[in-house]
Structure formats: structure tokens, C-alpha cells
Design a protein around this ligand. Structure first.
Ligand code: HEC
Length: 156
């Protein structure tokens, strides 16, 4: 009898722990980056930016949106390439994403004119140009979500 009571208590304690662990896990809740990847980078960007794609090769780009992991590491580790001639030739070496700092994140110059300022990121002569609308075609809400993701620390 005594033993049974003990094992009952042990089982109850184990159940309580399981429940607690379950609450902490937030199962099924997507991170902002997952939502961004599935709704924007994968659908609007991956068709041009994957390893050795024609667009990447033409400009010596490494940007890769083919998987969520590659997208995350591209955005958080790559620096801009000296992609095109003219005013942009001076834009190399800028981080694509700087956590909590949208106006230093080169990524945003590709999707929003407002970030394409002269002497961008203190690079004299660098005036980035946005992708043409057809290339990105992302909504204002998606743009805002990318900016929020950066402001929140660019977490995975
Ligand atoms: C139709 C093809 C195409 C699509 C779609 C496209 N891009 Fe690009 N992307 C390019 C080309 C070409 C360049 C090089 C010229 C330039 O920088 O504008 C480039 C450059 C870039 C760069 C700069 C890389 C560097 O190192 O200088 C980033 C960042 C980028 N794209 C992000 C995106 C994102 C984010 C999307 C989706 C919202 C996207 N691109 C959609 C063709 C594309």
C-alpha cells in the first residue's frame, strides 16, 4: 500500500514535469525568421539566389536562399560584393544584416529605396540601388517584417 502511494506520487511528479516542459517548448509556434523565409525569401528571392545560379555567378554573389539554414547564414555572415559598376562599385564589404541596425544592413538597400542613401554606411561614393520591383515584389508588410526581424536582433 505504502509502495503504491509512493509510485503514484512519483508518477504525478513526472506528469507535472512533462506538462511544465511542454509549456516551455511553444510547439508549433514559428519564429519570425521561419515565417519570413517561407513567405518571402523562399518565394521571392530563391529563384535567383542559389549556389552558382546565373544571377549569382554574373555578379560573384554568394547569397543563397535555397534553404532556411543557408538563407540565415547568408544574411548574417555575408558582406556585400562590389556587385555592379558606377555608383555601386564602392559598396563592397558591407554586412548584409547588422542585428538591431537596419540602416547599416545592406539587405534593405535591395528592397527599399529609403535605405539607398548617398555615402551609405560611411562608404564615400557608395549609393546603392534597389532591386527592380519585378525582382522582389514584396509587400509593405513583408518589408516591415524584415525590418522588425533585424530590430529584434536577427534571430533564427
Ligand atoms: C530576377 C532575379 C533576382 C531576384 C528575384 C532577386 N534578386 Fe537579389 N540580386 C539579383 C542580382 C542580378 C543582383 C546583383 C546586382 C545587384 O546587387 O542589384 C542581386 C543582388 C542582391 C544582393 C546584394 C548582394 C551583394 O553582395 O552585393 C542581395 C542582398 C539580394 N540580391 C537580395 C535579394 C532578396 C532579399 C530578394 C528577394 C526579396 C532578391 N534579392 C531577389 C537578382 C535577383
Amino acid at each position: 500500500m505504502r509502495l503504491n502511494l509512493l509510485s503514484l506520487l512519483t508518477m504525478l511528479a513526472a506528469l507535472a514535469l512533462l506538462l511544465l516542459a511542454g509549456c516551455g517548448e511553444k510547439k508549433g509556434e514559428e519564429t519570425r525568421f521561419t515565417t519570413l523565409y517561407n513567405g518571402t525569401f523562399k518565394t521571392n528571392c530563391a529563384q535567383c539566389h542559389y549556389p552558382n545560379s546565373p544571377h549569382n555567378n554574373d555578379y560573384n554573389l554568394q547569397v543563397d536562399f535555397s534553404t532556411i539554414d543557408n538563407a540565415y547564414s547568408s544574411l548574417t555572415t555575408l558582406k556585400s560584393v562590389d556587385a555592379s559598376q558606377g555608383s555601386e562599385a564602392k559598396c563592397a564589404g558591407i554586412n548584409l544584416v547588422v542585428a538591431a541596425n537596419p540602416s547599416s544592413s545592406f539587405l534593405l538597400t535591395r528592397i527599399d529605396d529609403a535605405y539607398c542613401t548617398p555615402n551609405y554606411a560611411n562608404k564615400v561614393g557608395c549609393t546603392p540601388t534597389k532591386h527592380s520591383e519585378g525582382k522582389t515584389a514584396i509587400s509593405a508588410a513583408e518589408k516591415a517584417s524584415i525590418i522588425a526581424w533585424i530590430n529584434e536582433g536577427a534571430q533564427k
